[in-house]
Design a protein around this ligand. Structure first.
Ligand code: SDX
Length: 413
């Protein structure tokens, strides 16, 4: 026995911080942002209003929301020429997540006031400076993401809004954030040749960003808190978090689900696929969750959004494969006994595909929504109690060999 200790694997799930932002009850399928149920926010609020709620803790007044949207919109409509130039140097067929990670990391170099390594104030700067950084990231991200896609389609200059659309893109409009993003890409129109995105598509994408905005201490949000605890700037912290979100077990699942549905192809092939899953030869992507052990309330919302978008573009045949797959898994003891139900990623890809986004852009859209939550956690950590600002340094449980003396090579046999 090499000094092996017995330990409870559950140890790895112990809480690592306190927060006042998001509450989840995994058994009851409850999700609340600052106390407001996700279902109420999804039906009554907008992504920008919810981003304000996450960042400041209260729903905004009309004047506060107008000011907040205008500040974000200023960065959304900026050209970000340096970052766009950097994006031009990245292979146009690179995975979209690698491009946006590069763009976010590069923002650190362009904002020395935030970067401790460049003698900047770093994360310990004033709240006013940090607020400016939050607006910059919330606003710049969709525009930089749009540039990544535009580059792939060969057009480097964004299709800036036609003059008549400029009035449409009044930042005070509740969903101008999403409208601007879709207009840059020329997406969201009900029919080619229409001037602007269909309001149903705008509302659908806005609701999906809202549903993705925060989710307690998931892998990528934990990454933001880890990186921030070392004193690094917010741009580097969210670049690291985006790397965590990229993984197929996390935000990358939204892309993996679509690839899985395309691979299955028809309802007739579902039983064989599920047998492969039970034989551990495949994973049922978009199913299961570390916290939700009944159902993910967001999966219900996103499925409803999918049907709203299908009213504009017609139903994707893969929705029938997805719903049949969900029905089959929900009645199969292998999945029920392991408490595996659809999570937020199971239906979101069908919405993105209907609107016209390529598969490797799906996690970028997840990132766009989650940016609000990451920034809320970043700010909460920096405004929080001193003892919670200590560098995050989890301990391990050592299972290696006990102490032993060095062996010269000739004696090693
Ligand atoms: C997100 O944390 C968050 O809040 C994340 C998120 C957010 O908003 O930030 O909600 C977003 O990332 C959602 C999850 C997206 N990922 C996927 O859909 C990938 C597929 N899902 C799995 O990889 C898995 O379910 C996880 C990673 C999501 C959760 O893994 P757990 O809770 O650690 O589950 P586990 O590995 O302990 O599995 C328990 C059992 C195992 O079987 P046995 O060893 O008991 O035989 O369930 C099986 C697993 O093999 N299992 C699955 C499965 N998920 C778990 N089997 C097949 N398909 C799956 N998807």
């Amino acid at each position: 026995t090499l000094g092996l200790m017995s330990y409870d694997p559950g140890y790895m799930n112990t809480a690592v911080c306190t927060s006042r932002i998001t509450f989840i009850d995994g058994e009851k399928g409850i999700l609340r942002y600052r106390g407001y149920p996700i279902e109420q926010l999804a039906s009554k609020s907008s992504f920008m209003e919810t981003a304000f709620l996450l960042l400041y803790g209260e729903l905004p007044s009309e004047a506060q929301l107008k000011h907040f949207c205008a500040r974000v919109y200023h960065h959304q409509t900026a050209l970000h020429a340096d970052i766009v130039a950097l994006l031009q140097t990245i292979r146009h067929d690179a995975h979209c997540m690698t491009s946006v990670i590069s763009a976010l990391a590069a923002m650190s170099a362009l904002h020395p006031e935030a970067n401790p390594a460049l003698e900047g104030q770093g994360v310990y700067s004033s709240r006013k400076t940090r607020e400016s950084q939050m607006f910059t990231l919330l606003g710049a991200f969709p525009t930089l993401a749009a540039h990544v896609l535009l580059r792939r389609s060969g057009s480097s200059v964004p299709c800036l809004p036609a003059p008549s659309l400029a009035t449409l893109l009044d930042p005070a409009r509740p969903r101008a954030y999403v409208e601007h993003f879709l207009v840059l890409l020329g997406l969201g129109k009900a029919r080619p040749g229409e001037e602007g995105p269909d309001p149903r598509v705008v509302r659908a994408l806005d609701a999906i960003l809202l549903a993705h905005a925060d989710h307690e201490l998931n892998c990528s949000t934990a990454a933001v808190r880890h990186l921030t605890s070392s004193g690094v700037d917010v741009y580097t912290a969210v670049a690291g978090a985006t790397g965590a979100l990229y993984g197929p077990l996390h935000g990358g699942a939204t892309e993996a689900v679509l690839r899985m549905l395309q691979q299955i192809g028809t309802e007739e092939r579902i039983p064989a696929f599920l047998e492969a899953v039970k034989a551990k030869e495949a994973k049922l992507m978009g199913f299961g969750h570390r916290v939700y052990k009944n159902y993910d309330p967001r999966a219900v919302l996103v499925r409803e959004v999918a049907y709203e978008v299908f009213q504009v573009y017609g139903a994707d045949p893969l929705i029938h494969v997805a719903t049949a797959l969900e029905t089959a898994a929900r009645s199969d003891d292998y999945f029920v006994s392991r408490k595996l139900y659809p999570n937020i990623d199971f239906y979101s890809g069908l919405v993105y595909k209907a609107i016209g986004f390529p598969l490797d852009f799906f996690p970028v859209l997840f990132t766009m929504g989650r940016m609000a939550g990451w920034l809320a956690h970043w700010e909460e950590l920096l405004m929080g109690p001193e003892e919670e600002k200590k560098i995050v340094r989890p301990r391990q449980i050592y299972l290696g060999p006990a102490e032993r003396a060095f062996l010269p090579i000739e004696a090693r046999g």
